[in-house]
Write a protein that binds this ligand. Structure first.
Ligand code: NIG
Ligand code: FE
Length: 419
């Protein structure tokens, strides 16, 4: 007797295919089975196929009927700034009045304001703010997410943020993959970006590596923040200490960050609004996964989005993420998929690949992102008859049920059991 059989799925998108990030044209194939079923035991998927065959083959303790519904792997959100305290809703009004992101940042708003609030928060308070967001993410179908530090900046507060991420990952059903983003902004106690990068390399990174608090190192490589050579120095040091690397690149100005990231073997490059064709070709060649964050230009009120179609034509593998942060506050990958389809002309099937298997590979996870034998039973049942409804019916939660490691953790859109 097996634990669970999900049967009669209107559309079952398995993402079956090569066990790696899907590139360019491959992204359109989501391995869809009509009237499909999934057999689950011991937290893992043991079989996938046609409902008739699987119903004959297995006796299950629980049978869930997914008639008329669309079943997909749990969403993976590969770029979030989850560990922050407070909020900055007043900056939205400044943006409406015409102030740019960089103007707000230079006037002491933006990242540094959140740094102040995050430094003032205790770890307990920070964790309780994170928990609220994680509950929403899970109820919107995200079962694994990357989480960056970067609002502490000094050693003590970066450690506090990374510990909060580690503890919340253990205490919550949503799994978190930690990234050190100490180079998110120049902290107020430093005057020179070069000095701060040296400090991160010599005083901070070795401690984080020793405590195993981060799997990835990231940097906000941007004009007026950290330049490409400073970023290269920090990331090279992180790689020497055994961390994988990812980069915020080509977001507002192109200062050569994605090209640098491709040269040094970054797993992913993120944002990529201003990437040139030459950058796209370099990323495609080196196998960098492009993580696109359409929520960010949307909340910055910019009209330019990442050139997703050109990237796929060049053979890049793309992922999508929320960028959840106080400037772009959404927990919903569903909303991001709507923006990706409408603003970047991604096809709903490409967007699903970008939010599941490709997102999983972008955070170096091999046990999720596909509904095939041996993978974790992280499964979302959407209350929609086909995948096209996912970008189409927008701004609401389409989730019916979420399974994490084979356990039902969300039903009718609400969390059924605490982590
Ligand atoms: O990815 N670009 C840098 N960091 C964030 C914004 C952080 C903030 O405004 O607090 C981002 O968009
Ligand atoms: Fe970001």
């Amino acid at each position: 007797m097996i634990e669970l059989l999900i049967s009669n799925c209107g559309e079952l998108h398995t993402l079956e295919g090569p066990d790696r990030a899907r590139k360019g044209k491959e992204m359109k194939d989501t391995g869809c089975i009509e009237n499909g079923a999934i057999a689950v035991d011991d937290g893992l998927i043991i079989d996938v196929g046609n409902t008739e065959k699987l119903s004959e083959r297995y006796d299950a303790k629980e049978v869930v009927d997914a008639t008329g519904k669309t079943v997909i792997p749990g969403f993976v959100d590969p770029h979030t700034h989850l560990a922050f305290a407070g909020s900055r809703e007043d900056e939205l009004v400044m943006k409406i009045q015409g102030k740019t992101y960089m103007e707000i940042l230079k006037a002491g708003g933006g990242i540094l304001r959140t740094v102040k609030m995050t430094r003032e928060a205790s770890k307990l308070q920070l964790k309780s703010e994170m928990k609220k967001r994680m509950d929403t993410m899970l109820s919107y179908g995200t079962t694994t997410a990357e989480a960056k530090s970067g609002y502490g900046l000094d050693l003590e507060n970066e450690l506090k943020c990374l510990e909060a991420i580690r503890e919340m990952s253990q205490e919550h059903h949503l799994d978190l993959v930690p990234t050190y983003l100490g180079a998110h902004s120049l902290p107020p106690e430093f005057e020179d970006t070069g000095d701060y990068i040296d400090h991160c390399c010599e005083e901070v990174l070795p401690i984080i590596a020793e405590k195993k608090l981060a799997e990835f190192c990231d940097v906000f490589c941007e004009k007026g923040v950290f330049d490409s050579e400073e970023s290269r120095k920090l990331l090279t040091k992180a790689a020497e200490l055994g961390m994988k690397i990812r980069v915020h690149a080509d977001e507002i100005k192109n200062i050569g960050c994605s090209k640098m990231a491709a040269e040094i073997g970054a797993v992913s490059c993120e944002h990529l609004v201003k990437s040139s064709q030459e950058d796209i070709d370099a990323m495609s060649e080196s196998g960098v996964i492009g993580i696109l964050l359409p929520g960010t230009p949307f909340m910055l009120m910019h009209s330019e989005y990442s050139p997703a179609r050109r990237m796929m034509e060049a053979g890049m593998a793309l992922a999508l993420a929320t960028d959840l942060n106080p400037n772009c506050w959404t927990e919903s990958i569903q909303m991001i998929i709507t923006l990706a389809c409408l603003q970047m002309k991604m096809h709903p099937h490409e967007a699903l690949t970008a939010s599941t298997i490709n997102a999983a590979k972008a955070i170096n996870r091999n046990d999720i992102g596909m509904l095939t034998k041996g993978k974790n039973a992280d499964i979302v049942i959407l209350d929609i008859p086909n995948l096209q409804h996912l970008p189409y019916h927008f701004g609401v939660n389409l989730v019916d049920k979420v399974y994490k490691n084979g356990k039902c953790v969300v039903s009718d859109g609400s969390i059924t059991q605490e982590g």
